[in-house]
Design a protein around this ligand. Structure first.
Ligand code: NAD
Length: 502
């Protein structure tokens, strides 16, 4: 008997697959639709309307009018703060419903949906956090070079119409990381969810509208990268593109922004290292590293520590700990509370991950766990068993490329300098983990790593901390003040103060 999630569809309820433009829910003008399949079962869950070029144009125009003429950018700070806190409260009130909808949509198990990145609570925290900046971020009053009879000032102005293009893997948090600071800064927004998590985002938007956002402030266009995403990122009426997704599409965003010099923020992939020193709690390090590439999203997490760099003195102990956890990961129906990990999001991603595993074996890495597709009940879904490659050289494909699946590679090192060199020998730079009980070493190495977020003996992402990548992991930061400022332009104003100069 294979798995089925269709029984949950009635209880959870799917939103109509309509886009939201200029205050109304509507179908696409081309009358095309996208059928969404559940990753764990291959069943068709439902379909939604695809926004074509004309729909995207209508959405951007509505956002433009709302920005140029509407109340949002001009609103009293107190009112905007109240509305954004209202968004946070509404999300919290509907957390159970949204969690279930996510399980039905992208297959993130309920058991994992209270862990920060995939939780509704994290999204609500981000709305609350950015509501707090609305009346606290401004410009400066500066001494004028013209002399004391002049006034020099700076202002922070909203950047304008923002296109927010989302991935599928953490739809609550990643929606909030873009939409909350953009709205707080006074921008209007067109969101394009991933085609693999559209229903979740549609429901979230409906809830935020109920919380009182005025018409035109938020629009949602739905559909795959082509035509919907491409039409949005290249639309001349968009002032800024805020994109989270793969490096390849990130490059397209940069290309599409060139003609009108759009502002761009990019949150892309990674090949983050976890460095395990001999004085670490090695079992904890092994369980944590393996947990990050298996539990919840099955390694489909940008910041998963997929490259374990382990000192030779503790190498065997570390590998044994990862193997132990690999044997404990349970897969299946995401509504079953004992299920710990999801399927891969699509058949395409399944083939990609299995292809990398084959390449790893061919290039001489030692497969010590997993490496196979799910069988029996799991055969109709996109499941891959928790996979560990030992004796990996950092030049191998599996150590260099983002696999985005439950695959951990373990690379040995002999001393601290070598560990730092291998950790930084990557085109990415999103995150890193350090496992040691030596505090001086922890900070010394943390300063040397070229990565945006570093965890010492664990890993946390928090709403008030900047999050983003060095090198090809991205451009700019989400989270905290840096994110709010990324949705503003700085303006300088100079004015004479004496009548004869006016
Ligand atoms: P993806 O790049 O395939 O898709 C991301 C979004 O871009 C989707 O909405 C997709 O429809 C859209 N898109 C695709 N082609 C497009 C085009 N030509 N023009 C405009 N939009 C287009 O990524 P994904 O599979 O949804 O997510 C996985 C990737 O996202 C991984 O690389 C992961 O590391 C990265 N990610 C990064 C972060 C971060 O914060 N740094 C967070 C989550 C995921």
């Amino acid at each position: 008997m294979s798995l089925s999630v269709l029984a949950h569809r009635e209880a959870v309820g799917l939103p109509d697959g309509l886009m939201f433009i200029d205050g109304t829910w509507r179908s696409g003008q081309d009358d095309t639709s996208w059928t969404h399949k559940h990753p764990a079962t291959g069943e068709e869950i439902g379909s939604f309307s695809v926004s074509g070029v004309a729909d995207v144009d209508a959405a951007v125009r509505a956002a433009r009018i709302a920005f140029d003429e509407g109340p949002w950018p001009r609103m009293r700070a107190g009112e905007r703060i109240r509305l954004l806190h209202g968004c946070a409260a509404t999300l919290r009130d509907h957390a159970d419903e949204l969690r279930s909808l996510q399980a039905l949509d992208n297959g993130v198990p309920l058991s994992f949906a209270s862990v920060y990145a995939t939780s509704v609570g994290a999204a609500a925290d981000v709305f609350d956090h950015h509501a707090g900046w609305v009346d606290k971020v401004g410009g400066q009053t500066l001494p004028a070079y013209q002399g004391g009879d002049h006034l020099a000032m700076t202002f922070r102005e909203p950047v304008g119409v923002v296109a927010a293009v989302l991935p599928w893997n953490a739809p609550f948090l990643l929606f909030a990381q873009k939409v909350a600071p953009a709205l707080a800064a006074g921008c209007t927004v067109v969101v394009k969810p991933s085609e693999h998590a559209t229903f979740t985002v549609l429901r979230m938007v409906a809830l935020l509208l109920d919380a009182g956002l005025p018409a035109g402030v938020l629009q949602v266009v739905t559909g795959p990268g082509e035509p919907t995403g491409q039409a949005l990122i290249s639309h001349p009426g968009v002032d800024k593109v805020s994109f989270t997704g793969s490096r390849g599409i990130g490059r397209k965003v940069i290309e599409a922004s060139a003609s009108t010099m759009k502002r761009v923020s990019l949150e892309l992939g990674g090949k983050s290292p976890a460095i395990v020193f001999p004085d670490a709690n090695v079992d904890l390090a092994g369980m944590t590293a393996m947990g990050m590439v298996t539990m919840g999203l099955s390694g489909q997490a940008c910041v998963a520590h997929t490259r374990a760099l382990v000192h030779r003195d503790v190498y065997d102990q570390f590998v044994a700990a990862t193997q132990l956890l690999a044997g404990m990961i349970t897969y299946g129906d995401p509504f079953d509370p004992s299920v710990l990990a999801s399927a891969l999001i699509s058949e395409r991603q399944l083939d990609r991950v299995l292809g990398y595993i084959e390449t790893g074996v061919k290039e001489g890495a030692r497969l010590v766990a997993g490496g196979t597709r799910g069988e029996g009940d799991l055969a109709a879904g996109n499941f891959v068993t928790p996979t560990i490659f030992a004796d990996v050289d950092n030049s191998m494909t599996v150590a260099r490329e983002e696999i985005f699946g439950p695959v951990l590679v373990v690379v040995p090192f002999d001393d601290e300098d070598e560990a730092v060199r291998i950790a930084n020998d990557t085109e990415y730079g999103l995150g890193a983990g350090l496992y040691t009980t030596d505090a001086a070493r922890a900070f010394r190495v943390a300063r040397k790593l070229r990565a945006g977020t570093i965890g010492i003996n664990g890993f946390q992402v928090e709403p008030h901390l900047p999050f983003g990548g060095f090198q090809q992991s991205g451009l700019g930061r989400e989270g905290g003040l840096a994110a709010f400022e990324a949705y503003t332009e700085l303006k300088s104003v100079v004015m004479p103060l004496t009548e004869e100069l006016m």
